[in-house]
Ligand binder design. Structure first.
Ligand code: AMP
Length: 281
């Protein structure tokens, strides 16, 4: 497995791979890898000749006062996991190369990223689209694997790829969960034992909403949302940010629940740790 930190070297290697007619798959991550990240590698192995995993804690997607400095990092362990999972190349650039001090260009999707997480984190998706545009130019992937865990991010990035004509196919991987149902996330690391236990309520609340739809045939969005809310608010450690039922293809709020299309999305704080999750209806 090759490990590259120089952006120039990455770009010329990607150019070489392409000249040799090899297809490239990219898994963009911020590192501190868990099974959720690793499952995305598996999705690309059959599709691409070269699998690249990038590790970069992207400063531009963190707002002021967010957890950039304390975001968990363990490059050596990440490299071990990538080696075991047969990644061909790990790209781990330096912040100073990705964003030199005179850096001044941003890519911004202006619609889908405004609502939901965009309300609590107004500059977040601009950072995500900017870093992904840069990673796409450096790694030149044919395929990019993204996790359904970040449902809004998937839709924002698909839109950016379409709008800016990147010749890239997006492959979306299902949410990988802990045995008790909590969606895996590098940020779960921050949870104290009491919060960790309380975090289960996210999936439980969405399952209660889904049950109402599947077993009672309810299609009224407000009824399903209030069922989800009532489970979430039973927990004393959870502070709800949002509960919505959206169209999974556009992230626009639904008027009526539509099986196969609607998605329950939730975001909540457990103390200062903000978690998101979603469940299809
Ligand atoms: P991150 O390192 O948090 O930026 O995540 C990198 C990629 O891994 C994103 O496409 C995420 O959606 C995906 N990912 C994170 N957690 C999970 C999970 N539990 N299951 C599936 N994919 C995930």
């Amino acid at each position: 497995m090759q490990v590259v930190s120089s952006i120039d070297e990455m770009q010329s290697l990607a150019g070489e791979f392409r000249k040799q007619g090899k297809t490239i798959g990219l898994v963009p991550t911020m590192g501190f890898l868990h099974e959720g990240h690793l499952s995305l590698i598996d999705l690309l192995r059959d599709r691409s000749d070269v699998v690249i995993l990038s590790i970069f804690v992207n400063s531009t997607q963190f707002g002021i006062g967010e957890d950039l400095e304390k975001y968990p990092r363990d490059l050596n362990h990440d490299l071990e996991l990538c080696g075991e999972r047969q990644v061909d190349l790990v790209f781990a650039p330096e912040d100073s190369q990705m964003y030199p001090s005179d850096y001044s260009t941003f890519v911004s999707e202006e619609d889908i990223g405004k609502g939901l997480c965009g309300l609590a984190r107004p500059t977040h998706f601009r950072g995500v689209t900017t870093v992904c545009a840069k990673l796409f130019n450096l790694c030149m992937p044919d395929f990019v694997a993204l996790g359904q865990k970040d449902a809004q991010q998937v839709v924002v990035l698909k839109k950016m790829i379409a709008d800016l004509n990147f010749p890239i196919e997006v492959v979306v991987g299902p949410i990988v969960r802990e045995p008790d149902g909590l969606a895996m996330s590098s940020r779960n690391e921050y949870l104290q034992p009491r919060q960790r236990e309380g975090a289960m309520v996210l999936i439980q609340s969405m399952q209660a909403g889904k049950k109402l739809v599947e077993e009672k045939g309810v299609t009224n969005v407000e009824r399903v949302k209030s069922e989800v809310m009532s489970v979430l608010t039973q927990s004393s450690v959870v502070r709800v940010n949002y509960v919505e039922i959206v169209d999974r293809r556009t992230m626009q709020v639904e008027r009526e629940v539509e099986s196969g299309r609607s998605l329950i999305v939730v975001a909540a704080w457990l103390n200062e740790v903000r978690l998101i999750d979603n469940l299809p209806l």
